[in-house]
Design a protein around this ligand. Sequence first.
Ligand code: HEC
Length: 110
Amino acid sequence: MKKSRLFLSLLILISLSTPAWAGSRVKALINEQGCLACHSVDQKMVGPSFKQVAERYRGKKGSLSMLAQKIIDGGNGHWNDLTGGMMMPPHPNLSSKQAKAIAAWVLSLK
Ligand code: HEC
């Protein structure tokens, strides 16, 4: 009885802390990759802020894989009004798993 309660509270603890842990891993990745030279969470820089991206795509079908692919391939065209047509550079060194983790984090921002 006591043991199973301990196990349960451990499970709850782990599930509560996982999103924050995933978020800090993504933040480290974004830092390493130099994304912050052109993006910030809530201010438009060279590219749109990550919150602007979240606002535009949250809940839209296919947006997670589209954004992950765009992070790897780079490109322009979606934010020309804001950027004057600036290109986002490609990041071919990122795995699709890493790019998806970044895209999921971006989409979770509010
Ligand atoms: C040299 C500047 C630059 C760097 C570095 C950069 N970006 Fe961008 N990013 C842009 C620009 C410009 C756009 C707008 C592209 C467009 O209009 O479609 C953009 C768009 C985006 C979008 C929205 C894509 C869309 O189609 O709406 C995401 C997500 C994003 N960047 C994530 C990242 C991540 C993650 C990194 C690092 C791995 C990164 N960017 C590095 C300039 C940059």
